[in-house]
Design a binder for this molecule. Structure first.
Ligand code: PGA
Length: 254
C-alpha cells in the first residue's frame, strides 16, 4: 500500500495566486514519488485553479476539508460530495477537530461519512483526544468517538475509509512537540482493536490509519517508520513548498 500524505491547508492561503504557487512548488517533487501519494486539500474556492495544475495525475490528488451529508438542495453555504467529485476532488477530510470545535457532532460526522463513502470519495475521518489523562480516560473517549463517528457506516462501505488520528494537544506546534512515534504506535494498535470490534479483524486491518499533529520534515520519516501509520495529515508545514517537499521525500525514502 502506498503511503498517503495529506496537506490540510485549512483556511489558507489568502489568494488563488498563492494557492497556485504552493501547488506548483510541490507538484514536481510529488510527481516523482513511487511509494507515496500526495493529496492537497485547499479551501473549496481554489479547487478549479488547482485542478488544472494537477491534471490527470495518478499520484497527486485534490481533496476537500469538509462536505455536507446531502447530495443537492436548499442548504445554503454547504457543498455536497457529488460537487466535490465533479470538481476534481477524490478525497475528503471529515470531522477535523477544528470543525468539531465549531459544533460538528459525531452524529453529523457519521452522516457525512456515509454519504461521502457512497459517492466514492476517499473519506478521511479525523479522531483524537483533547488531553492525555493518566487514568487513561482518553481511551474510552477515542473508542466512543470512533464508534459514534462511524455509527451509520456498514462494513460494505469501508473500502474507501481512512482514519486520521490527530491528538488535539499535538496540533499546530513545533515538530519536537508532536506525539512520539512509540506512543503513536500504541494508539494505532488500540484504534485497530476498536475497528476490529465493530467490523471484524480482516476488514478493520485494511483501513489505513494516518497520524496528524505537528508533522514536519524532522519527524515525518520516523513517525512513518516507527509509528505504525500508513500516512500523515500535515497542517501548517504543508503551506511552504520546501517544508512539505522535505516531508514527502523523507517518507518516500524510508
Ligand atoms: P498541524 O495541523 O500539522 O499544523 O499540527 C494538523 C491538522 O490539524 O490537520
Amino acid at each position: 500500500m502506498k503511503k498517503i500524505i495529506i496537506a490540510n491547508w485549512k483556511m489558507n492561503p489568502f489568494s488563488a495566486k498563492e494557492a497556485e504557487y504552493i501547488l506548483n512548488g510541490v507538484k514536481k517533487t510529488a510527481a516523482k514519488l513511487k511509494k507515496t501519494q500526495t493529496v492537497i486539500c485547499p479551501p473549496f474556492i481554489y479547487f478549479n485553479n488547482l485542478r488544472k495544475i494537477i491534471g490527470k495525475s495518478t499520484i497527486l490528488f485534490l481533496g476537500a476539508q469538509n462536505s455536507f451529508w446531502e447530495i443537492e438542495g436548499a442548504f445554503t453555504g454547504e457543498v455536497s460530495p457529488e460537487m466535490i467529485k465533479n470538481s476534481g476532488g477524490s478525497y475528503v477530510i471529515l470531522g477535523h477537530s477544528e470543525r468539531r470545535a465549531l459544533g460538528e457532532s459525531d452524529e453529523m460526522v457519521s452522516k457525512k461519512t456515509l454519504v461521502c463513502l457512497k459517492t466514492g470519495l476517499k473519506t478521511v475521518v479525523c479522531i483524537g483526544e483533547k488531553v492525555r489523562d493518566e487514568q487513561g480516560d482518553y481511551l474510552a473517549f477515542l473508542k466512543n468517538e470512533i464508534r459514534n463517528s462511524l455509527n451509520k457506516v456498514q462494513k460494505r462501505f469501508l473500502r474507501n475509509l481512512i482514519i486520521a488520528y490527530e491528538p488535539i494537544w499535538a496540533i499546530g506546534k513545533k515538530d519536537a512537540e508532536a506525539m512520539l512515534p512509540a506512543d503513536i504506535h500504541e494508539t494505532v494498535i488500540y484504534i485497530k482493536k476498536v475497528l476490529s470490534e465493530i467490523y471484524g479483524q480482516e476488514s478493520a486491518l485494511a483501513v489505513p490509519i494516518l497520524y496528524g499533529g505537528s508533522v514536519g520534515g524532522k519527524n515525518a520519516g520516523e513517525i512513518i517508520k516507527d509509528g505504525g501509520v500508513n500516512g500523515l495529515l500535515v497542517g501548517h508545514q504543508s503551506l511552504k513548498p520546501e517544508n512539505f517537499n522535505e516531508i514527502l521525500r523523507s517518507v518516500e525514502n524510508i
